[in-house]
Design a protein around this ligand. Sequence first.
Ligand code: ZN
Ligand code: ZN
Ligand code: ZN
Length: 85
Amino acid sequence: MDGCTHVDQIQDVTASSTEGCTDCLATGGHWVHLRECLTCGHVGCCDSSPNRHATAHYEQSRHPVMRSFEPGEDWRWCFVDQAAV
Ligand SMILES: [Zn+2]
Ligand SMILES: [Zn+2]
Ligand SMILES: [Zn+2]
């Protein structure tokens, strides 16, 4: 939409996990909601989760756009613009 130049980094991704947050599954953590990176398919947990792996993934990778991975939710978020896109 208006202003976001990062949507061109969205790829046709395959989710890194369908079971839950990739990083929480690896470390034995737990999550509240799931988010999927639309550049590489990394599945991480939301900012309401203790470890905030989706945000951590953005800070590590600078992949800008993620989407909700929750059933029935259909929205995308740009970390750079801090806005829905
Ligand atoms: Zn953007
Ligand atoms: Zn997590
Ligand atoms: Zn990514």
